[in-house]
Design a protein around this ligand. Sequence first.
Ligand SMILES: O=S(=O)(O)O[C@H]1C[C@H](O)[C@@H](O)[C@@H]1CO
Length: 621
Amino acid sequence: TFDVTFTTAGHNVPSTLYGLMYEDINHSGDGGLYAELIQNRAFQQVTPGTSAALTAWAALGSAKISVVASSSPVSSALPNALSFAVPSGTTSTVGFTNSGYFGIPVTAGWTYTGSFYYRTPTPPSTKVSGSFTADLRSTSGTVFTSTTVPFTTSSTWQQATFTFTASSTQSAVTNLFALSVGGSTVAGLTMEFTLISLFPPTFNGRTNGFRMDLSETLLDMKPAFFRFPGGNNLEGETAADRWAWENTVGDLVDRPGRVGDWGYINTDGLGLYEYLQWIEDMDMQPIMAVYAGYSLNGASVASNDMQTYITEAINQINFVIGDASTNAQAAIRSSMGHPDPFTLNYIEIGNEDFFSPTTYADYRWADLYNALHAEFPQLHYIATSATSGNVPSLSPAPTYWDLHIYSNPNFFVNGAYNFDILSRNGLQFFQGEYATTTENSGAALTYPFIDGSIAEAAYMAGFDRNSDIVFAASYAPLLNHVSSTQWTPDLITFSPNTVIRSTSYYVQQLYSLYKGDFYLTSTTNTASSPVQWSVTRDTSAGQYFLKVINTATSANTVVFTLPFTPSHTTGTGTILTAASGTQNTPTNPNAAVPSSFSFTAGKTITYNAPGLSLSVLVVTA
Ligand SMILES: O=S(=O)(O)O[C@H]1C[C@H](O)[C@@H](O)[C@@H]1CO
């Protein structure tokens, strides 16, 4: 039995404590949160004439399709186009299909919004007019919804737009988007297409917006912040490949895309503006990274070449918070629909710069911090070259540090007091990435498992307890498309039409929902104890959240002694628990989900915590 006495003494819990780490990994962005359904929609960053350039595209009928460098590109950012050549004499239906990001969901009642650019490089002397049919169909050709799109041959680019509404829901996602036309209409013609786009309804109905079910899944966690755009995906393989904010704003036709750092092309259709608008819609605040001159090939920008990136970072921040009436970057923001500044308090300078500590310490941190702090003194700047609370020395000395740790359950069980032992010297910590990534045996994990998730919960009791110096924490990675994975485990796994909440998702959700605003000091425990606890309070609601974490496989009893007598004798709690090894997977998505229970409340509360469990007992004063 663990006897826990808590007092009314303690400290504030920062509103920023629990949030989300994001980067475009495992198709978290393109094919995930970004709602665009067409993969390789603008043939960005591909080599014309290669089969890879045609990823996700296939011809219909006797048409010949290939990716070409257009002789008259739709924009300098999008030099490539799909060439669609129809042999003379063709009479049957011709066209092309796109298979989406490993599938396309067909959902009853959804109105899809589509568009494409097209032209006929060498139009016939007598203009040809006709109609394309745009549709969603199964791979066997069953059409679920369609509409016609009139066209007239022209050597100049035209943009067509259309909508159609699905009347049925298909459980299969192996569906295709198709554009087709009667062969006799276009026989002998060669046409070019690009930026072929199809959106489902989006979160908050935003144009060029986010996928609804994934957004709702994240909203259910009430996350306080969103760290973006990376993670490794900020850094590029080289400086030239970095995430550069300016290439991600403005009209889609002006965004070149880039080769991302997780093995696939990023369209950057999900760009800085879209991130910020969604973060605002989701009641979060950004923790925004700026490129700090280190890239994944290990090279650092030379000291006397840093100015380009300092200016870029200043411009990036001005895009977010600048005055649109006086600042050019802020004016772009305003022109995109947000004249007022977005909320911004935290800037992360680089990512995992412990891979390049010398250049970070010698000049990269100071160059960026000094310039940004001078320009924006009200923002907080987060350094990234530490892995634990024993931070390296940098000048100027950072106040905020981002720490990352991926390990096994034992690390998190034994490390539960890692922050208690740190001296309070003004430093503030962001546990920006953490997760149980292997079993104690070292076996890799494809999905989180209850043993690791409850170990994470033990470690997170340390975030509550030390939230005087831990201002933010987020599990990583956040998202994983089940058909295109570079890193496991992940908090949430999804397919084109399903979302699987892992056991670690529920741990993150419970800590975030029951964060409270004040931590109450209680009986000191020891690291590596099988049981950890945390007591926080929602002061305005007069509610106390008694969290009990039992990392042992057998039950353990905790007896709480309260500094008051609750106003009720029965309390309601929420528990996540499962047998060792349990995972929520695509085939068993609800193997372990939280459930509620009631308990007897009084000046003392005896709680028998099941093995491998996180419980939150809610007590009303
Ligand atoms: O290979 S790692 O450095 O472990 O990559 C990790 C750390 C990096 O910030 C993030 O992008 C990635 C997965 O979350």
